[in-house]
Design a protein around this ligand. Sequence first.
Ligand code: XMP
Length: 525
Amino acid sequence: MTSPANSRPAFSTPEELILVLDFGGQTAQLIARRVRDQNVFCQLVRHDLSIERIRELNPKGLILSGGPASVYEPNSPQVDPQIFELGIPVLGICYGMNLVGQMFGGRVQPGTKREFGRTECQTIATDPILAGLPASSTVWMSHGDHVQETSGLLIPLMKTSTCEFAAVKHRDRKVYGLQFHPEVTHTQYGGLLLGNFVKTVCGCHGTWKISSLIEREVASIRARVGNKRVICGLSGGVDSSVVAAILYKAIGSQLSCIFVDNGLLRKGESDKVRDRFQNHFKTDLHVVDASARFLDELAGVTDPQQKRMIIGRVFIEVFRKEAESIPDAHFLAQGTLYPDVIESGANHDGPAATIKAHHNVGGLPEQLGFELIEPLRDLFKDEVRRMGLELGLTDELVWRHPFPGPGLGVRCLGELSAPRLAKLREADAIVMEELRLAGLYRQIQQAFAVLLPVHTVGVMGDGRTYEEVVAVRAVSTDDFMTADWFPMPHDILQKISTRIINEVRGVNRVVYDISSKPPSTIEWE
Ligand code: XMP
C-alpha cells in the first residue's frame, strides 16, 4: 500500500466543452446535465475559477448559474469581467442573468412582486436562441431580483406580465440572460433554449457520447495505473458494478474485487455478484463471508444508529483485512458520482477538490492508505446507468433500486437474528418478484419489505397463530429527499400479501405503508 494522496488530475477536456460557473444555485448541476442531454460535455466549476484556467480548458461557451445571493449585496459572488472578453458566448441564468445585467449597465432591483413557480412568458424577438419557440410558453421562475432597466445594451427577447426582461441578449455580443430556469422540466421549452444556446450560438456539434467517455476513461485509467493493482469494493449496486466493469475493461487481470457478505443482503445477492464478476467478467473476485461475525457483533442491539455504527465498523475491518491480503494493491476504486463532488461545496476543479465522504461500499475511510481512482466522478446517476448498459451490465442490475449500506439490518426492526433475517429475505424477494412481474419495478424508485418487532394473532386452518408482521414499502421519488407512497394496485397488494403469508413461515400479517416523506422517512429505521 502507498500514500493516500488523491492525485487524480483535473478532469480531462473533451473537444467540445461547456462550463457552468456555479454561483450556488440549487439547480446548477441540473444545467450541466441538461447540456449533456444535448450530447455536449459540460462541467460545473467554481464561479471564481481563474481566467487562465478557463482559457486552458478552452470551453465553447459559459453558463452562469443561479444562486441565492443578490448581486447588489456586499460580498455577493461576482464574475470576473474578463470572461466577457474571451470571445465565447455567455448565458446567465437567474442570478447569472443579474450579473450580466449589472455588467452591461442594467439596474438589478428587488422586484415589486417576487416570482416563483410557473409563469406564462411571451417571446418578443427573433434570435437564434429562440428558434422553434412559440409566441407564448410556460417558464419556471424562482427569483426576487430582476433586471429592471438597461442601458440599451441589452435587448429584451422574452417577457412576462411582471418581468419586462425575462430573457435578454447583448446588442453586439453573444451574451444572453434568462431570468427563468431553462434547466428544470417545468420550463416547457427549456431543453430547446439550452440546445439552441449550445449548438447554434456556441457552435457545438453534439458528438459527445457515453461510449466516447468510456474510451477516454479507459485510456486515462491505463495511463495512471501502469502495471499496478487496483482494488474495487463491490456492493452489488449499480455504481460499484460500473466502476468494476470499466476497470476490468481498462486493466483486466490487474483488478481485484472484494465483496463482503455481511449476512444482511437480499436473497441471491452474493450469487449474482459471483455470476457477474467471476463468470461473466473474469475478475479476481474475493467474496468474504463475514455474516457470522456481523450477527455476533449485532446481537442484542435494537437501536438503529447503533446498528449502523456496528455494521460500518465491522465492514471496514473485514474489508481492510482482505485488502491487506492482496499483494501489491496500490489503488482503491470508488464510485463517487458527480453530485457527490458538487455537494462537497469545495473546489470543483483540480486536484485540491475535497470530496464528500461518500462511499458506495458502506464507508471506507481515507486511512486505508490507497490512492483513489474515481472513474464516475464526472457523471450523474442516469449517465452511470447508460455507461453500465454500454459496458454490458444487465438491465436488472442497472435499474436496481438503491439498497442501503446497512441492508436488511435496518429493515429487520428490533433484534437481529439469522431466522428473522431469513424471514425478511424471503418476504422481500416476493415483493421484488411480484413488482417485476407486474411491470411496476421501474415505476417505483424504491420498494422493500420490513419485518416488524411485533407479534399478532391470526388463524390458520383450525389453529390460532401468534406470529410476526411484514410491512411493505414502495415510494415514488425524484431525489429520495422527498417521496410519495406509491399507489399500489390492489390486486398486486393482494398477491404480495397472500404469497408472503403462505410462503414465509412465521408471518401471519402484511401491511402496506401509506406514509410520505416528510414527515416519515423511506426506511423504517
Ligand atoms: P431515508 O430513510 O433517510 O432514506 O428517507 C433516503 C435514502 O437513503 C437510503 N438510506 C441509506 N443508505 N446507508 C445507506 O447507504 C444508510 O444508513 C441509509 N439510510 C437510508 C434509503 O434506502 C433511501 O434510498
